[in-house]
Ligand binder design. Sequence first.
Ligand SMILES: C[S@@+](CC[C@H](N)C(=O)[O-])C[C@H]1O[C@@H](n2cnc3c(N)ncnc32)[C@H](O)[C@@H]1O
Length: 438
Amino acid sequence: MLKLFHEHPEFNEFSLFDTTTGRMSLLAAEDFNALLPGSLPEENGEYIQHAKWPGMELFFGAKPSTHTRFPRRIYFQITRSCNLECPACFIKAHRAGTHVPVNAVMQMISFLSRHGLAEVRLTGGEPTLHPNFIEILHAFQAAGVYVSVGTNGVINQRTLEALAEARGYWLICSLDGNKTTHNSYRGDTYDTILGNLRFLRERNPLLRIRLTTVLTRQNMDQMWHLGQVCREIGAESITIIPLRPQVRDPAIKSSMVTAREFRKVIETMVEVRAAMGVRFTTTIETDYKEQIERDPVFTKRSSCAAGREGTNLDYDEATKTFQVYGCSYSPASDLAASPEIRKPFLAGTFGLDEPEKFLTIWRDDLRWTLFRDLSLKSAACRECVYLHHNLCTGSCPIQNVDYDSLQLNKDVFEQLKKQVAATAEWYCYHQVTDEKGF
Ligand SMILES: C[S@@+](CC[C@H](N)C(=O)[O-])C[C@H]1O[C@@H](n2cnc3c(N)ncnc32)[C@H](O)[C@@H]1O
């Protein structure tokens, strides 16, 4: 299925998503028009318009400049259950965590596909623990939504067999360094994960696999090792995500790399790529932009995609509501955090049988101020030469917020706005290239 999107130029006016490959292509107007079986239909004032032909769907209508008309990718936390409970994890999932009721998931699938969702990232917790995980994967596929699965790779045999049989999805598996380092974060799981990846590769030579590594001081010199693993299991790419400070065990925070160390890792990955052909992605595009893979769905133009091109969809068992928030690193993902701190990051909530409220939430810019109001970024960031040359997206707008300093008896939102405007991203690219010059 091909999905065509006509959007505001900020998000590439004309784009094409192929639900078989899971990739978005940016098109010139004439190529876009040439693909349409007829001319671009007239707009009738509805927020989302939809036209359908065999093998092709067109989504058009409103063209907001602050966000895509509908999220392109949703990170769907289908479960709060996790078999690992990693100390570095921003999600407070645990072994007894609850799953989103399958009926509510099915209703959401129907709603999301009708409004033009390109990709769903099934995540959690550990998504493969959801008792209906495989059914959910197939239901999204049947609805024409591309599925990626964010997993820790510790998967029971039954689910592994089913994953080996499934086709046309993307397996995104965490691996946090060599055996010793990985196991120090994720229990004694390194061999199990590699065994499972080898099994899947053997049963499905075409399976699209990506490794994800959370970058820390402990694994920053293990990029060659990770490159070898990618090669061995035939991974399409590896993503290097610098450790974010929203962790379960505060002691882990001291493992965050500096901007300079991050830069060094990027340089090494460029060498790994040249020597081994291993492609990689990371959070900030740099002067190595040409060697770093683009996100296959998000444009990330002017800022991180959170709340602009994608969102999280989570579930709170206590209130039996879906929770919509831009960033899973923000306090919104911590269901037990104080409501005053969560509120500025939480775009909205809705009941399990009212999926249409999702669109009301997504459309309303006021609910997403911290992500969509780019004037809130620090002056240093807004004026940065790298941002203007589209070498850096400005990355994470909320990275340096000091949550402990917030006074809950005062207006938290105002305090947050001031903090965001005063600080730049921890891994600010400018900081490490300054001395080199542009
Ligand atoms: C929350 S996990 C859920 C999926 C799955 N259970 C897993 O472990 O991959 C999603 C991704 O977030 C990453 N992650 C978790 N905490 C992080 C942090 N503090 N900083 C950066 N990435 C983090 C994980 O390593 C994983 O790749």
